[in-house]
Design a protein around this ligand. Structure first.
Ligand code: SF4
Length: 114
């Protein structure tokens, strides 16, 4: 594994801005792809992404790409950051930038307006 090419690293820890070719390779991920988490033997038999996550229901609309791309700092700090405390709090702008990149990767019209 190349840590400096890991999507999780590139989304929040790597020097900004991330090189264009790496941004293209990140696709529509707003945070790490976590394939490594899915295949890790220690995670087998744990929560799976297709199982209900009631603790996310209230904040789900805020995690849509369009919402993240336009999110104000206060909403991020109050509603989103408590769920993603492991990502530096001062990276609100990076959340927005990652969401906009993801929208572009999806070919969304919204990305041209965000
Ligand atoms: S599988 Fe894991 S290590 Fe590889 S890019 Fe995705 S998040 Fe990073």
């Amino acid at each position: 594994m190349r840590m400096d090419h890991c999507i999780a690293y590139l989304t929040y820890r790597a020097e900004w801005p991330v090189r264009e070719e790496l941004q293209r390779a990140m696709g529509s991920w707003v945070y790490g792809c976590d394939v490594c988490q899915s295949v890790c033997p220690l995670n087998q038999g744990r929560w799976r992404e297709d199982e209900p996550a009631p603790w996310l229901e209230a904040v789900k609309p805020l995690l849509e790409l369009e919402a993240l791309a336009r999110m104000d700092d206060e909403t991020f700090r109050r509603r989103v950051y408590p769920l993603f405390w492991y990502i530096p709090e001062d990276n609100v702008a990076r959340w927005r930038a990652n969401a906009k990149r993801a929208l572009r990767a999806c070919g969304s019209n919204e990305s041209r307006q965000a």
